[in-house]
Design a protein around this ligand. Sequence first.
Ligand SMILES: [Zn+2]
Length: 445
Amino acid sequence: MKSRSLVAVLVLCLLLLAGVDHAQEKVDLSQSQMPSVISIPPEALPSGHFDPEAATNAYLAQIPASARARSDAYFEGGYWLILWDFFMSAVIYLALLALGWSAKMRNFAVRSTRFAFLQDLLYWLQFMILTFLLGFPLGIYEGYFREHKYGLATQTFGPWLGDQLKALLVGIILGGLLFAVLFWIVRKLPRTWHIWGAVVTVGFTIFSVMIAPVFIFPLFNKVTRLNDPKITAPILSMARANDIAAHDVFQIDASKQSTRMSANVSGFGKTMRITLNDNLLRRGSPEEIQAVMGHEMGHYVLNHIYKDMLFLSVVTVLFFALLRWCLDWSLARWGGAWGVHGITDVAVLPLVFLIASVFGFLFTPIGNTQTRTTEHEADMYGINASRQPDGFAQAAIHLGEYRKMNPGPIEEFIFFDHPSGRRRIFDAMQWKAENLGLFQNQTTR
Ligand SMILES: [Zn+2]
């Protein structure tokens, strides 16, 4: 690809992007928030004629049309971003190969030091900085302007950029470590590198997940032990009831970056923990917080992190087998023109990333479906453990600020990594229909 046609492609991408953005409904932020306090609608109160479908619809009817339009526009815009992210990275990696930049970065590294290990790291450093800069226009739109446009971001530009640079630094250090080890393996074991490469990558992923809550999250946010007994007492009681040996609940100051409510289970082995974010603690009702906490306990008790790792291991092995085949095939055709001398040459890296982005793009529905399935399991566990179906419905509506409430089935299959809001409210109301005896004294709030 000549550099002029590359610039033309980049400009075209940006124009299309601007077009897509412009086509989205212009929404007034002040008039389109999800309701903060969500009352239990009469249809969801216990009665002899309780109908989960009617109760679900009554909950959904509490969402103003403008709030739904905003949530739909935000989430559907995200579908296009999956495509643009893929196009943009494919163009960048192809350009690094076809314009000979990758070969130039390798030559510079080889000229600078005679130690192969340091050459690898020097190439990696150049690669990370260059791809960061080339991807920056899309990154800034996606991560900064778009988030502000939908009222989801709380950061000004300086701190936002600071976070991006910190993430880049983490990528340079952790990624550089993996990169150097993988290239050492490729050179030592040229015939079986894809097997050992997959093994090392899986081990490295587990290591990263394990250190993340202790060493990586604190770089971006303050993580503290939650010590408000009004919140922790019911949570720790729920933990004891479910045989979870927890003494602490963690909170994170996510409001530093975003208005999103969230909670998660992170870590591996001894570092595993449940963390609630401060948006949830500030805006959620006690019932809502308990329902969300039940969901997170579900992830913990059902060993979702370990199962995810197992799933990821299988995918990684498949990917490395595919990678080996694709690398051999493309290097035989274009290796000479790109100035890449073979798989032991670090200049091959953009090709590896190109293959990974094609794989990742095609893998989107499978990955989402795997995650959505475990999320549904955690939902059901959480409703059973917390016995807060109405709290869970409230949480589903609040999470609807950044996730479309009522998608079609194919849309949900492809794009949703969590069940949709409608599905979650229906699950809760179906559970409530079978447990109405627990709610005899309930009145609308
Ligand atoms: Zn979850």
